[in-house]
Design a protein around this ligand. Structure first.
Ligand code: SAM
Length: 267
């Protein structure tokens, strides 16, 4: 079987493409940013509407293809490079659209969540990732991705997309999700990276108690973690999936105000 490079499962169903772009085009933003435009099936619907679009594609051959395909449109800019290394414009309100390359789903979502100037992201992800983004407390799906997204955004799962809508066909179903920033997020911008590190550490041993998971992941003595959890009012025998967002934020503040704040940098 041909190896799929850069997560290149191209969407080939034009009806699904139209459904995704129509939702996206109803958003309010100055510039559309498409992550991984590929051969341009989503891009096309946005370009022909006259919207300003910045398309960030890592594959040089695809960049050349897109440059030719959209040569007559002044409203598209193609940035040939890695989205994870790309410097976003800071003075415009952005709207993100992507059929996400699945091998870097979490880093892409985290990069969006750490930015301040965006109003909507319409993303196609693996179905199980969409379920995790949208998961409720005390469920099997609730984890660091649920907390990262829901601490900052409203997550809305829109619809599922079967494998036959792509070429090459992926092994799994996909889902389209819409995320929009909360007007009162649980966590300030400058604290987000640290919160994301803390929750990764907490869920690294998700079958253990929060006490054990954090002390192993952050390499801290149990007695010390016990004291930090006590100050955050978190029951030490709970599992990571039974702790809500305000409690994680409270724990972060306590760690961040202690002499152990640098331990989060290792995660
Ligand atoms: N949007 C197209 C579609 O729906 O058919 C392509 C989607 S395909 C799942 C993912 C796209 O992301 C590919 O074109 C791939 O080359 C590109 N890509 C992968 N890694 C990337 C990265 N780090 N930065 C930018 N683009 C990337």
């Amino acid at each position: 079987m041909k190896k799929v490079l850069y997560g290149q499962n191209f969407l080939i169903d034009k009806n699904i493409a139209a459904k995704i772009t129509n939702i996206f085009l109803a958003g309010n933003y100055d510039t559309a940013v498409e992550i991984g435009p590929g051969k341009g099936i989503l891009t096309e619907n946005i370009v022909i509407q006259g919207k300003n679009i910045l398309a960030v594609e890592i594959d040089r051959q695809l960049c050349c293809h897109l440059e030719k395909k959209f040569a007559k449109y002044p409203n598209i800019e193609i940035f040939c490079g890695d989205f994870l290394k790309w410097d976003p414009p800071t003075k415009k309100i952005l709207g993100f659209i992507a059929n996400i390359p699945y091998y870097i789903t979490s880093p892409i979502i985290e990069k969006i969540l750490e930015m301040g100037n965006w109003s909507i992201a319409v993303l196609m992800v693996q179905k199980e990732v969409a379920d995790r983004m949208n998961a409720r407390l005390n469920t099997r799906e609730y984890g660091n991705l649920s907390i990262a997204c829901q601490s900052v955004c409203k997550v809305k799962k829109l619809f599922d997309v079967p494998p036959h809508c792509f070429y090459p066909k992926p092994k799994v179903y996909s889902s389209v999700v819409q995320i929009t920033p909360l007007s009162h997020p649980f966590i300030a911008f400058k604290q987000r990276k640290k919160l994301f590190s803390l929750i990764k550490a907490a869920f690294f041993h998700r079958r253990k108690t929060i006490l054990n998971s954090i002390s192993i992941s952050l390499n801290l003595q149990k007695q010390l973690v016990l004291e930090l959890l006590r100050q955050a009012n978190i029951e030490i025998s709970l599992r990571p999936e039974s702790i809500n967002i305000p409690e994680y934020v409270q724990l972060l503040n306590i760690i961040d105000n202690s002499e152990h704040k640098n331990t989060l940098k290792n995660f």
